[in-house]
Design a protein around this ligand. Structure first.
Ligand code: 13P
Length: 248
């Protein structure tokens, strides 16, 4: 049985004061969650998360990392820097980075490798745009995204990634893939994982992301290949994030 993972992606939101309120709210009512829980936060807040979350069942992580280990790369943050603050996870290849920062499948594959090398668990994001879905290209687009990552990974490292299927048209729009639509893509992703490493495919968590909320989480998380959620907007409200954790 794969343990479910509910990960918040705060994106570029937060402040010391707002984060303190959010993290206190989560900790106050978390109890003993049945699933794994994480928050992926802007880099300036790693220290705050470490101080607030060490010793709790909530892990923390980043939203991107450099492919370089150190050096003259102004503005970049390395995997080792994330590890310095005891980050467990790092989001890699989010559609917002692919769209606004021109990240290619190849760069995302490189970042996945850099994260593993640094001792982080990459949450590798894949997903099609609305135009691609309507053109019947979902499997081709998402398949190429995951294939590029898998081809660059050592076979043994396949087990060290988390995959997140985030249809771009569902992110921040209030539109969610139906559980069946998401399940179809998740099953395809698991088959791709299995073709590289059959044993690893059974253990890798494949998350769904895109307008997952308290009122739709349960039916999405009930699908056989949906192993959790990558939550944007709803992760910024303690009550909503906790409700999704309870649904898992
Ligand atoms: P929303 O939950 O706000 O749609 O964002 C999803 C997402 O992009 C998580 O990475």
């Amino acid at each position: 049985m794969r343990r479910k993972l509910i990960a918040g992606n705060w994106k570029m939101n937060g402040s010391l004061a707002a984060n303190a309120a959010l993290l206190n709210g989560i900790k106050a009512d978390l109890g003993q969650p049945a699933c794994a829980v994480a928050v992926c936060v802007p880099a300036p807040y790693f220290a705050q998360c470490k101080a607030a979350l060490a010793g709790t069942s909530v892990a923390w992580g980043g939203q991107d990392l450099s492919v370089h280990e150190s050096g003259a790369y102004t503005g970049e943050v390395s995997g080792a820097m994330l590890r310095d603050f005891e980050c467990t996870y790092v989001v890699v290849g989010h559609s917002e980075r692919r769209t606004y920062h021109g990240e290619s499948n190849e760069l995302v594959a490189q970042k996945t490798g850099s994260a593993i090398k640094a001792g982080l668990t990459p949450i590798v994001c894949v997903g099609e745009s609305l135009a691609e879905r309507e053109a019947g290209q979902t499997e081709a687009v998402v398949g190429a995204q995951i294939d590029t990552v898998l081809a660059a990974l050592d076979v043994d490292d396949v087990a060290r990634i988390v995959v997140a299927y985030e249809p771009v048209w569902a992110i921040g729009t209030g539109k969610t893939a139906t559980p069946e639509m998401a399940q179809d893509v998740h099953a395809m992703l698991r088959a791709k994982l299995a073709s590289r490493n059959a044993a690893a495919a059974e253990s890798v968590q494949i998350l769904y992301g895109g307008s997952m909320k308290p009122d739709n989480a349960r039916e999405l998380l009930a699908m056989p290949d949906i192993d959790g959620g990558l939550i944007g907007g709803a992760s910024l409200k303690a009550a909503d994030f906790l409700a999704i954790i309870k649904a898992a």
